[in-house]
Design a protein around this ligand. Structure first.
Ligand SMILES: Cc1cc2nc3c(=O)[nH]c(=O)nc-3n(C[C@H](O)[C@H](O)[C@H](O)COP(=O)(O)OP(=O)(O)OC[C@H]3O[C@@H](n4cnc5c(N)ncnc54)[C@H](O)[C@@H]3O)c2cc1C
Length: 372
């Protein structure tokens, strides 16, 4: 096999595949997406604990646009030999797009295998299964970033929630803009917040904190941050602290290798700020990387990755949601209006299915109105 190989079946991988298919046109360029999963997982939906609602069959996106899906996990990348190994099978490539995403980084503490998470559809299903039919449960949520806040506020409707944060403020990485809205929501929902501490051990009955306090709980949920897939270590490039590969404005790492999504540290604006690990960036990065991998191979013009202005929308359970704009996260909407925006976002991240024309049309919509 040769042509374009894309590693990963997340947002970045599928949109790379579609953008490459669009550039391919009537040529006989092979495009193969390698991923072990049958479904794209819409990770931003996972905190609602409806794992099946978060799954999208890859077949219905890839087949109509003529992209092959090899159900396998890549274990080796050899950029000198232009080859990857997927489930013991070597595949050569002319252009490679690395889009293998991220995974939750877990703490090395006693009982860590008992921790719940909402990082994957399987993780969300395990948590939903544990809480099924339970009312009045106690949950400890560790970490008050986006994921921790979303699951803590989601569960507060149904049980008692304690939110643990190592820093001395809630949502330390979210900045002061949305904090008053977040704090008001946590108070309204009765979430108990413990700052300046973390968990040191977990067992079947709860968690222990730094000062030795025991918190009884039916579930302890870890949300302590994402790291880029370890496959990135096999590409000769200096990775950032999140394990991401440096890319130029065309999302090229080096030579024939492009990267997109949570594995790529792409410059996101004129000040040199980097894209965040989010589907908001993974989707346009995928489109640009796939376009460029195919265009590079076929001698067509490449596009720059210039993302749309940065926004966030944080779900706050029955307290609504907070929508912010800009890197300083100025609040634009909260409460019910914020929730309407959140629900719309959770709808629009679902890719079109079964309709080649629509998939390819959307693949051609690069960020900032650039047509690919
Ligand atoms: C709970 C939660 C809530 C979130 N909420 C938001 C939100 O509200 N807004 C937002 O913008 N972002 C949100 N994110 C982040 C967003 O989901 C990720 O940034 C996005 O999924 C990244 O897309 P990706 O394609 O780079 O990687 P991923 O979605 O991680 O997909 C990676 C793909 O690579 C495959 N893969 C992994 N290893 C291999 C291998 N060895 N070989 C082949 N394939 C492999 C995986 O199976 C998967 O198909 C959230 C994330 C989580 C976990």
């Amino acid at each position: 096999m040769s042509g374009i190989v894309i590693i990963g079946g997340g947002f970045a991988g599928i949109w790379s595949a579609a953008a490459a298919a669009r550039v391919r046109g009537d040529t006989d360029l092979n495009i193969t997406l390698v991923a072990p999963n049958d479904d794209l997982v819409l990770r931003p939906r996972l905190h609602r604990l409806l794992p099946d609602w978060s799954r999208v069959p890859l077949k219905r996106f890839l087949e109509p646009i003529g992209v092959s899906h090899l159900r396998a996990a890549v274990t080796e990348i050899d950029t000198d030999a232009h080859r990857v190994v997927a489930d013991d099978r070597p595949l050569t490539y002319e252009r490679l797009v690395v889009a293998a995403g991220s995974r939750l980084s877990r703490p090395a503490i006693p009982g860590s295998e008992l921790l719940f998470d909402i990082d994957t559809a399987e993780g969300a299903a395990r948590l939903a299964g544990r809480l099924h039919g339970m009312s009045g449960f106690r949950a400890v949520v560790v970490g008050s970033g986006f994921t921790g806040l979303e699951i803590a506020t989601e569960l507060a409707e149904r049980g008692e929630v304690v939110l643990i944060e190592r820093a001395d403020t809630v949502g330390p990485d979210l900045g002061p803009g949305p904090r008053p809205v977040i704090e008001a929501a946590l108070t309204a929902l009765g979430v108990e917040v413990r700052l300046g501490t973390t968990i040191t051990a977990v067992d079947e009955t709860g968690a222990r904190l730094l000062d030795g306090t025991r918190l009884p709980a039916e579930v302890v949920i870890w949300t302590g941050g994402m790291r880029a897939n370890l496959l990135t270590a096999q590409i000769p490039a200096e990775r950032d602290p999140l394990g991401r590969l440096p890319v130029d404005r065309r999302l090229r790492v080096q030579g024939d290798v492009f990267a997109a999504g949570d594995v790529a540290a792409a410059v996101a604006d004129g000040t040199g700020r980097h894209a965040l690990q989010s589907c908001q960036f993974a989707t346009p990065m995928g489109k640009a990387a796939g376009h460029n991998a195919a265009a590079d191979l076929l001698g067509a013009p490449l596009v720059d990755f210039t993302p749309d202005p940065y926004v966030t929308c944080l779900d706050l359970g029955s307290a609504g949601a907070v929508f912010t704009a800009g890197w300083d996260r100025q609040v634009q909407l909260d409460g019910k209006q914020g929730k309407e925006v959140k629900d719309t976002i959770l709808d629009v991240i679902h890719p079109p299915l079964d309709d080649a024309e629509e998939i390819l049309r959307q693949a051609g919509q690069q960020s900032n109105g650039v047509s690919g």
